[in-house]
Design a protein around this ligand. Structure first.
Ligand code: 5RP
Length: 271
C-alpha cells in the first residue's frame, strides 16, 4: 500500500514540476532508499564474488554500485580476500571508484571475458528488461555486461516494475553521434511515438557529452502502449548514428532489490 503510494507520487512529482508538497515523502524515502541500495549491492557481492573463484568483475555506474565497491574493498582490505580480483569499469565514475578504493583496475583489452558484471538500473520490469543510462553511461555499461558470463543488477525497490514506464518517467536513454541527434529523434518518434529530448547539462551550457563524446536523447515512450522491447531495441540500434540504447533486453541474469522493509528480493532469469 505504502509502496504503491510512493511509486505513484514519484511519477506525479516528476510530471508536475512545481508540485513541492511532497517533501515528507521524499525525506523518508531518501534515507531508506540509500539503505535499500546498500542491502542490494552487498547481497550481490556476497553471492557473486567468490574467493578463489571470481577473477574479473565488471563495475557498473551510479549510486548503488558505490556500495558494491565499498563491500569489495572491505573484503580486500579488511578481510584479506580477493587480492587478485580485477575490476573492469563501465565509466569514468566507475574507474575513479576502483582507483579510490585501491582495487585492481582492468580493461577489456586485457580482460575481454568477465566472470560477472554488477550494475545498477533505472527500472526493471517483470521480464527483467532494464532501462539503464540515467547516469549517461549506458554504452560502456552494455559493452561490459555483454562481455560478462553473468550480468547482475542491484537496485532499490523503486526500480522494480511490472512494466517499463511505471516507475521511471524519464524515458529510455539513447546515446547518439552529435551530428545525428535531430534525425535520430525524428525517426524514433515516427517509428514508436512519444518524444525524444536531447539531455541538457546542468552545470554547463548545452547538452550533456558522454564519456565517449556523444550526446544523449531521452526517449519518453508512450507508457500505455505495448512495446516489444527486443524489437524496439533492435530497430533503434539500426538507425545510423545510434551508438547504443539504454534498453537491456535478455541480459540480466539476477536482480537484487533492496526493499523498504529491509529485506532483499531477488528476481532470476532462468534462461
Ligand atoms: O545506468 C546507470 C548509469 O548510466 C545507472 O546504473 C542507473 O542510472 C542506476 O543508477 P543508481 O544506482 O544511481 O540508481
Amino acid at each position: 500500500m505504502l509502496l504503491s503510494l510512493v511509486r505513484r507520487s514519484r511519477c506525479l512529482i516528476s510530471s508536475i514540476g512545481t508540485f513541492s508538497t511532497s517533501s515528507t515523502v521524499k525525506m523518508s524515502e531518501t534515507i531508506s532508499l540509500d539503505q535499500a541500495k546498500k542491502l542490494a549491492a552487498r547481497a550481490a557481492v556476497e553471492e557473486w564474488i567468490i574467493e578463489g573463484e571470481t577473477k574479473i568483475v565488471g563495475i557498473g555506474s551510479g549510486s548503488t554500485i558505490v556500495y558494491a565497491v565499498e563491500r569489495l574493498a572491505e573484503r580486500v582490505w579488511k578481510d584479506g580476500e580477493l587480492s587478485d580480483l580485477i575490476c573492469v569499469p563501465t565509466s569514468f565514475q566507475a574507474r575513479s571508484l576502483i582507483l579510490d578504493h585501491n582495487l585492481n583496475l582492468g580493461d577489456l583489452d586485457r580482460y575481454p571475458i568477465l566472470d560477472v558484471a554488477i550494475d545498477g538500473a533505472d527500472e526493471v520490469d517483470s521480464r527483467m528488461v532494464c532501462i539503464k543510462g540515467g547516469g549517461g553511461c549506458l554504452m560502456q555499461e552494455k559493452i561490459v555486461a555483454a562481455c560478462a558470463k553473468r550480468f547482475v543488477v542491484v537496485a532499490d525497490y523503486t526500480k522494480k516494475s511490472l512494466r517499463l514506464g511505471e516507475q521511471w518517467c524519464k524515458g529510455v536513454p539513447i546515446e547518439v553521434a552529435p551530428i545525428a541527434h535531430v534525425p535520430i529523434k525524428l525517426k524514433i518518434e515516427a517509428m514508436f511515438g512519444g518524444e525524444a529530448h536531447l539531455r541538457m547539462a546542468k552545470a554547463k551550457a548545452g547538452p550533456i557529452v558522454t564519456d565517449n563524446g556523444n550526446f544523449l536523447l531521452d526517449w519518453k515512450f508512450v507508457a500505455k502502449r505495448e512495446y516489444d522491447w527486443d524489437e524496439v531495441n533492435h530497430a533503434i540500434k539500426m538507425i545510423p548514428g545510434v551508438m547504443e540504447t539504454g534498453l537491456f533486453v535478455g541480459m540480466a541474469h539476477k536482480c537484487y532489490f533492496g526493499m523498504a522493509d529491509g529485506n532483499v528480493k531477488a528476481q532470476v532469469n532462468s534462461k
